[in-house]
Design a protein around this ligand. Structure first.
Ligand SMILES: Cc1cc2nc3c(=O)[nH]c(=O)nc-3n(C[C@H](O)[C@H](O)[C@H](O)COP(=O)(O)O)c2cc1C
Length: 221
């Protein structure tokens, strides 16, 4: 089977962090979320252990707990970001990432779905079993990104967030997540407004790809 590269590459290059364009008014059917999780479970995992679990939160009271934790982390985080932008002379007042991040922090409780991907166990345990932290994280994170891609292809926007995690236990208690489980992220999920997204500017592949040795960027070498 040949993939439609135009469409596949468009999906892979335009799955953006959606904050301002999350449609807060349009409910997201649970079946659609389940489809995204179903696709995410095809992600790779060391030993095929499949330690991922998903806590999907669409209950307003529980979403409010997560949003409250998020905002408490967000305040010092964004103050530091603003300071850094000001110091760099980039005009914090009109910085688009700061604006959209602040918007997300304000509306988080109103996003239809907050998806919390989790993993059984803890990355600290990986060494005890002869594994590595990279192996532990690498066995759960790819499937989370698959969820975001599956969502995007169904007209849903997502944004990978981690700022609630300093309050992971508070959120865990509100959701009944045991302390033997690691929360990986919180993925606000909603239909997106507007039609499409554009690829972002990234470092050129040629400058981050080394051939046969560190910093050897010459493809013809
Ligand atoms: C591990 C990780 C943590 C992130 N945490 C947050 C977060 O807490 N809040 C937020 O608004 N965005 C968060 N982001 C989103 C990034 O800001 C975003 O991916 C980056 O700015 C690139 O944006 P783009 O994909 O739209 O180009 C996070 C992304 C990753 C991968």
């Amino acid at each position: 089977m040949n993939f439609n590269l135009t469409q596949t590459d468009h999906l892979l290059t335009t799955t953006r962090a959606v904050r301002k364009r999350l449609d807060l008014a349009r409910p997201v059917p649970r079946e659609l979320i389940l489809d995204c999780v179903r696709i995410s479970t095809q992600g790779p995992a060391g030993g095929n252990y499949q330690k991922w679990r998903w806590v999907i939160v669409d209950d307003p009271e529980r979403k409010a707990v997560i949003a409250d934790s998020y905002r408490r982390s967000y305040a010092p985080y964004i103050a530091a970001q603003k300071l850094a932008v000001e110091k760099a002379g980039n005009g914090a007042a009109s910085n688009p990432i700061i604006d959209s991040s602040t918007h997300l922090a304000e509306v988080l409780a109103d996003v239809p779905v907050l998806a919390i991907p989790c993993a059984l166990g803890s990355p600290e345990d990986a060494g005890d079993k002869g594994g590595s932290q990279a192996g532990w994280w690498g066995s759960v994170i790819p499937s989370v990104w698959s969820y975001c891609l599956a969502a995007r292809s169904r007209g849903l926007g997502t944004v990978w967030t981690t700022l609630h995690l300093p309050y992971e236990r508070e959120v865990g208690d509100a959701l009944g997540i045991p302390d033997t489980v690691t929360q990986l992220a919180c993925i606000p999920t909603a239909y997106y407004t507007g039609d499409d997204f554009k690829p972002a500017t990234r470092k050129p592949a040629e400058s981050v790809t080394y051939w046969n040795g560190w910093k050897q960027t010459d493809i013809a070498s």
